[in-house]
Design a protein around this ligand. Structure first.
Ligand SMILES: C[S@@+](CC[C@H](N)C(=O)[O-])C[C@H]1O[C@@H](n2cnc3c(N)ncnc32)[C@H](O)[C@@H]1O
Length: 324
């Protein structure tokens, strides 16, 4: 996955006259701040904002795109988007690619300058949409106006535990159809997703992904539910990240909640499938908890399905039919 060409070209243009060593340093400082979580505001100046556009926006875009794609069959229900903590409008880029049906967009972001830099990157399709930019602190902005799709991407970790609960409650209140939450795929990021999931179920939500049910999460001990998205690094991305490879794997955790029940997968592949000699080992989250299944080549139909399964995919029906 890569950013849309028009977006990365606009980012390159925006940064062409900048001092790259300043942006490299800003990226290192910002990463350090995210790792130590010792800040009231994580992004503090323009060099850090540019480093976010160059090195983090591609990752959150790729994750947002992969997660939202799971709602593509529901596109006719999705006519408006409310993105909370929208940053430069990353989720909007992913959403507009999947839901051409979206007409009204509200982006709430407290860092006005980041929102402004993001809006300067918009292409003609986005410029034609009805986009309301609200510069506000989410902790004070509720109640939010109702929208068919509400998203919170890589924001929860920047809020205190009490504020996470309050923002989720207000976001769910504003959700007409779907509410999507994404976080880094770390144990801490997953714990925030798990707590949000529990809160959403208590508020009446139907969980439609990645979980195959709305029962208690069976993930226990040192395990955490996360997935991985491979994304391309452009030369500029590599330069600013001081990274040798032309790709990176972004780990993420997420949950999609719906206001009404929806037909969805009865299991999920929660680890990279392992291929043995004449069999595949699949780790699945199922309606009956976590299961490891071994699919032998002798079971031709299931084996054929297993060969194409990837980490994060809906799991197969164990009678051989794909259940998505
Ligand atoms: C890691 S960035 C994610 C940006 C964007 N959602 C994305 O996926 O690329 C977190 C964003 O949340 C915003 N944010 C954090 N706390 C906020 C708050 N209390 N009110 C509004 N925005 C907030 C930050 O300013 C930042 O833009």
């Amino acid at each position: 996955m890569a950013l849309p060409p028009s977006l990365y070209q606009a980012i390159e243009k925006l940064t062409e006259s900048c001092n790259f060593s300043d942006i490299q340093k800003a990226r290192r400082d910002l990463t350090q701040r995210y790792h130590t979580k010792q800040a009231s505001a994580f992004i503090t100046d323009d060099a850090e904002r540019l480093s976010y556009l160059i090195t983090r926006m591609p990752a959150t875009y790729a994750v947002g795109h992969t997660v939202l794609k799971q709602l593509s069959k529901e596109a006719d229900k999705i006519t408006s988007l409310l993105d909370l903590g929208a940053g430069p409008g990353t989720l909007l880029w992913a959403a507009k690619d999947i839901f051409s049906s979206i007409k009204d967009v509200t982006l709430i972001e407290e860092d006005h300058r980041l929102a402004e830099l993001g809006a300067g990157l918009f292409d003609d399709v986005l410029k034609k949409k009805q986009i309301h930019h609200i510069k506000s602190d989410l902790r004070q902005a509720a109640p939010f106006a109702p929208h068919t799709l509400v998203t919170l991407s890589y924001v929860l970790g920047e809020l205190s535990s009490n504020h996470q609960k309050a923002v989720i409650a207000a976001a769910w209140e504003a959700t007409i159809e779907f509410f999507v939450l994404m976080e880094p795929g770390t144990p801490q990021g997953f714990e925030r997703i798990r707590e949000a999931r529990t809160q959403l179920i208590e508020m009446g939500a139907f969980i439609i992904a990645p979980c195959p049910h709305s029962l208690a999460c069976p993930m226990a001990g040192k395990d955490w539910c996360h997935f991985s998205e491979r994304l391309e690094r452009t030369p500029l991305h590599r330069l600013i990240k001081e990274a040798p490879f032309a790709y990176e794997d972004e780990k993420y955790s997420y949950v999609i909640a719906a206001k009404s029940p929806l037909k969805h997968s009865l299991s999920r592949v929660i680890r990279k499938p392992q291929q043995g000699s004449g069999h595949f080992i699949l780790d699945l989250c199922t309606q009956n908890g976590l299961k490891r299944v071994i699919i032998s080549r002798k079971n031709q139909e299931l084996y054929r399905i297993a060969r194409h399964l990837e980490w994060g995919d809906p799991g197969p029906k164990l009678d051989g039919k794909n259940n998505d």
